[in-house]
Design a protein around this ligand. Structure first.
Ligand code: CA
Ligand code: CA
Ligand code: CA
Length: 273
């Protein structure tokens, strides 16, 4: 088959145009990728220093506890089970007892990625003592709760009641619950149960005992958290059913992380063998 010179020429021009266009497109795509990756790099924030954040959060918590009180007068009558309400120490309430004078402090060691430990202050308030047992930090609890930020924004709550496996909740909640006591109950005529004499209170934790750099739902990253709780009843756990309570298997070296003595990837408290 023969082609005329002109046809060949226009064909070549056509091919060159495509090659040129492709090159431009490739270059443009490369440029866009470059811009995107630069933007991403700028947006990526390295996790903050655990130690510095612990100090910053503790200042926020202390400030909250120093400037707020709770409705402690409503807890004078032992027959009533009011919900805890926090309010600022101002105006007619300026002379109320601040929370900072009523809370207890517990120091929790947090192991960081470089293997060092950073102390974190966990505060807890006991509004009602409770007459039952205290859970171990890895037991199950039947309770109601309300979680909020220091600005009062509620991010989660269950006012009815819910079973918690304390191995599945944030560290501050897990370490906070053993400071409270459960209650007892009456069985009503219709076989329903009414809990009474149960522990009521709150835990106040730095972000290092909460979600730290992770934003979770309505919780921004690096948020200290408050949980109000009513602790109805507790149950000892033996997750792997080997006859050894989980509390005796979970964390015997005290680093806050579940022990895995045989190093098979399954922590002792879930490891039957
Ligand atoms: Ca066990
Ligand atoms: Ca451990
Ligand atoms: Ca194991």
């Amino acid at each position: 088959m023969r082609y005329s010179k002109n046809k060949v020429k226009s064909y070549l021009v056509h091919v060159l145009k495509i090659v040129f266009l492709k090159k431009i497109l490739t270059n443009t795509a490369f440029l866009i990728l470059l811009i995107l990756s630069c933007t991403n790099e700028e947006e990526v924030e390295l996790p903050r220093d655990v130690s510095e954040q612990s100090i910053a959060d503790d200042q926020l918590l202390e400030n909250f506890l120093s400037t707020h009180y709770y409705n402690y007068e409503a807890f004078d009558n032992s027959d009533r089970y009011p919900e805890i309400i926090f309010d600022t120490l101002s105006g007619a309430n300026a002379s109320k007892t601040p929370l900072i004078s009523q809370v207890e402090k517990k120091i929790i060691r947090v192991k960081t990625s470089d293997g060092s430990f950073v102390n974190h202050n966990l505060y807890y308030l006991i509004a009602r003592e409770g007459i039952g047992k205290s859970p171990a930090s890895v037991d199950s609890t039947f309770q109601s709760y309300e979680g909020s930020l220091l600005n009062g924004n509620v991010f989660d709550s269950n006012q009815n009641s819910i079973w918690f496996d304390l191995t599945q909740v944030v560290r501050g909640f897990r370490e906070g619950m053993p400071n409270f006591k459960a209650g007892t109950y009456d069985v009503n005529e219709d076989n329903s149960i009414t809990f009474k004499d149960y522990g009521q209170g709150a835990v106040f934790m730095p972000s290092g005992l909460g979600y730290f750099s992770r934003a979770a739902g309505a919780i921004p990253s690096y948020s200290p958290l408050i949980f109000k709780i009513n602790l109805y009843t507790v149950k000892q756990t033996d997750h792997d059913g080997d006859g050894i309570p989980s509390s005796e298997e979970f964390d015997n070296d005290g680093d806050g992380i579940a022990d895995d003595t045989d190093g098979d990837g399954t922590p002792d408290y879930l490891d039957k063998s």
